[in-house]
Design a protein around this ligand. Structure first.
Ligand code: MRU
Length: 356
């Protein structure tokens, strides 16, 4: 997708170096960062220079490639894969991708391991692009149906950033939006700011602006009144892990938006590639929910008058703060899951019909 009119992907491999867009600097600075070592990849995930479930998975796959360049030894690879999986535990794509790489590389001899690993990492990225494109084409049908009935601008609410910056290209929740825009359907996006890290304001609004899609940032608590006023036709969000029973784990605040949507009869859809389905965890209480440093709440980044990015404290110094990064939306509040294979009910039966 576009930044400043130029086509970008979020991650690529060039001359034994992994290139990423450093998302901690957006929207103020576009910095392409080099990941040269396995530890660079772990840190990029931990520090959220790359984030979003599919992109974390892709970065981890390239992290394995970097580990092979550093030390072509199976026991080092095992340590590297464990470190990668632990770097951000909630998004299942990370484990999915590392497990897939390790399975591919087991019993491969040392002179072909690098090429096989690199091809697999590239394949994971290409698959994600295709899956996200298909999610868009499937989700487009829902937006088209709303437009056919309403005959005026379709208003979509989204939370956090499940846009192309969270994937390799297209995004999950934003892919139907980009496809609707390409088809000429008038569309406007309500973008939840998404405290504490403001991925909605900093990333989703930024990428929609670059694609010239009308959007308005709202404080996270605003969605409810907009739904009561009939100003939201549909919610589409992403997910970091969706259980086989249809329960959805996503950025903190998703659950409250789903409750408001349920109360106001606003359809609430979750867009995801199959790499985000956790077929094994039975109960959503067993999902490891990341709890991050409280300074993400108490401090905020912004541009000063000289155009430098500055961090300032916004809470009283003596106050405690708790920073839970994800929540669970029970399946009963989800209208449907938009996947690369089609749209299904958020239920075991719905997912089984599409994927098993
Ligand atoms: O903490 P983040 O920014 O990685 O959280 C991202 C989200 O919650 C996204 O909605 C999710 O990863 C889906 S990305 C297509």
């Amino acid at each position: 997708m576009k930044i400043d009119g130029n086509d970008y992907r979020t991650i690529w491999f060039d001359n034994n170096i992994v290139k990423i867009i450093d998302q901690t600097k957006l929207p103020h600075q576009l910095i392409i960062k080099d990941l040269k070592t396995f530890n660079d990849a772990v840190n990029a995930i931990k520090l959220m220079e790359v984030r979003g479930a599919p992109l974390i998975g892709a970065t981890a796959a390239y992290g394995i490639v970097l580990a092979i360049i550093e030390n072509n030894d199976q026991s080092f690879l095992k340590i590297a894969s464990d470190k990668l999986i632990a770097s951000r535990p909630t998004a299942i794509n990370l484990k999915w991708s590392v497990d897939r790489m390790m399975k591919k590389l087991s019993r491969v001899n040392s002179n072909e391991i690098f090429n096989i690993a690199l091809n697999e990492a590239k394949k994971i990225c290409e698959e994600d692009v295709q899956f996200c494109k298909n999610i868009g084409l499937n989700g487009l049908k829902i937006i088209e149906a709303i437009y056919k009935k309403k005959k005026s601008t379709v208003n979509v609410l989204t939370h956090c950033n499940a846009g192309w910056l969270a994937t390799i290209n297209w995004g999950t929740a934003t892919s139907p939006i980009y496809h609707a825009n390409k088809k000429g359907i008038p569309i406007h996006i309500w973008v939840d700011e998404t405290r504490p890290r403001n991925q909605g304001a900093n990333l989703t609004s930024f990428e929609l602006n670059e694609e010239k899609i009308p959007n308005t940032i709202i404080a996270d608590n605003t969605g409810g009144i907009l739904m009561q006023r009939g100003e939201i036709d549909i919610c589409i969000v992403g997910t970091d892990r969706t259980l086989a029973n249809g329960d959805v784990c996503n950025k903190i605040g998703t659950y409250l938006k789903a409750l408001a949507a349920y109360d106001n009869n606003v359809p609430f859809y979750v867009a995801l590639p199959s790499s985000t389905i956790d077929w094994n965890t039975k109960n959503s209480r067993d999902i490891p929910i990341e709890e991050r440093n409280s300074n993400e709440l108490s401090h905020i980044d912004g541009l000063d008058d000289e155009g430098n990015i500055k961090k300032i404290q916004i809470y009283p110094k003596k106050s405690k703060a708790k920073n839970i990064a994800f929540d669970i939306t029970p399946a009963k509040y989800v209208t449907g899951l938009i996947t690369e294979k089609g749209i299904c009910e958020a239920s075991r039966e719905g997912l089984n019909n599409l994927f098993k």
